[in-house]
Design a protein. Structure first.
Ligand SMILES: NC(=O)c1ccc[n+]([C@@H]2O[C@H](COP(=O)([O-])OP(=O)(O)OC[C@H]3O[C@@H](n4cnc5c(N)ncnc54)[C@H](OP(=O)(O)O)[C@@H]3O)[C@@H](O)[C@H]2O)c1
Length: 326
């Protein structure tokens, strides 16, 4: 099969190689998927670039990308034979595994291939594993009922943020997003947005909410936005933080959060498992089947274009998830 891989960390154009690899064989309980679309997330790009000084490759050769979509073409021993031919989207494909979706074929546990409805394209399916499920996890992973609540989604035009805006609205919440331009505000799908680069976010949120503040924050940059969180979160509110790239070791404002009885959740989608994952997948499947979600696909070209596509993700100059047609 044709695949892309790296054998050492480095810049995309140097580290990524294209060529032929042996076809994978599905093991017991696994499915073999003909990959049609491969989604590229910031985490794939950071992992290929070299996670941190001194980090060592977990495997000698890594086919990147956790997200993707395609069709099941075979199953391993004891696998679900009735699923051959099924369209699927994939999750955690390259999480603690050597082979991700930047290849024509992938073998992975059957539960990591979720049915993809006919009304959702493969490219859209390749946006679900990390961006959509992270958004669901942040909003609903703790069993929250958002009806009538106000949710602040920071970075509402991001791949995760835009799904969070949509999913919070679907749950009956009023959604305020922070963005860096009006174009991104419209893209976010939030009812209201604030340009966080030109405006005082805390002032704006308190004005918009008539001084009430927000019930929940879906946070893309915990450290950078902590002061805003302290200022706008209602007592007993929740912060669901999925990144803190602006300040990776922030000093926690413990007592302001404590006296407001705040719940601080830090979450990573790779660890969404078991009952909670099943709940998330069921809800996502329902939304997909009814066409309730829109997906922001940024066409990244074919597998041959993988290095340029990684650079596009790195640049941040994209509105949505960069997806390769495989
Ligand atoms: N924990 C998890 O499971 C998980 C899952 C997915 C992603 N992540 C991480 O989350 C981050 C975002 O991922 P993504 O795929 O959504 O990336 P993305 O599509 O590039 O979006 C990031 C968004 O965050 C905005 N942003 C950056 N700093 C901000 C700040 N201080 N305040 C408000 N908005 C800010 C950017 O807005 P502007 O460019 O307009 O400033 C951009 O719209 C990445 O670091 C990624 O690694 C974590």
């Amino acid at each position: 099969m044709k695949a892309a891989w790296y054998t050492d960390y480095g810049p995309a154009a140097e580290a990524l190689h294209l060529g032929e690899m042996p076809d994978p064989l599905p093991g017991p309980g696994e499915v073999l998927v003909r990959v049609r679309a491969s989604g590229i997330n910031p985490t794939d790009v950071k992992r290929r670039a070299g996670p941190r000084p001194g980090a060592e490759m977990a495997f000698p050769q890594i086919v990147p990308h956790s997200d993707g979509a395609g069709e099941i073409i075979a199953v391993g021993a004891g696998g679900p034979a009735e699923r051959v031919g099924q369209r699927v989207w994939l999750w955690n494909a390259q999480w603690q595994r050597a082979q991700g979706t930047a290849a024509e074929l992938i073998a992975l546990p059957a539960e990591q291939a979720v049915p993809l409805p006919e009304n959702t394209s493969f490219a859209e399916g390749a946006c679900l594993g990390i961006p959509a499920m992270t958004a669901w996890y942040a909003l609903y992973g703790d069993g929250a009922d958002l009806a009538g609540q106000t949710v602040l989604v920071t970075g509402g035009a991001g791949a995760v943020g835009r799904y969070a805006c949509q999913m919070a609205r679907l749950g009956g919440a009023r959604v305020i997003a922070t963005v860096s331009s009006d174009e991104k505000g419209a893209h976010s799908t939030a009812q209201e947005w604030i340009n966080y680069r030109t405006h005082d976010v805390a002032d704006c949120v308190m004005r918009i909410t008539g001084g009430a503040g927000v019930d929940r924050i879906v946070e893309v940059d915990f450290g950078a936005n902590q002061d805003v969180s302290v200022a706008v979160l209602k007592p007993s509110g929740t912060i669901a933080a999925y990144a803190s790239a602006g300040d990776m070791t922030p000093v926690l404002q413990f007592y302001p959060f404590l006296f407001a009885n705040v719940t601080l959740r830090m979450l990573i989608c790779y660890h969404l498992q078991g009952v909670a994952r099943a709940r998330g997948e069921a809800q996502l499947s329902e939304w997909l089947a009814t066409g309730a979600l829109s997906h922001a696909v940024v066409r990244g070209g074919a597998l041959d274009d993988i290095a340029r596509a990684h650079e596009l993700v790195e640049s941040g100059a994209k509105l949505g998830t960069v997806v390769l047609d495989v």
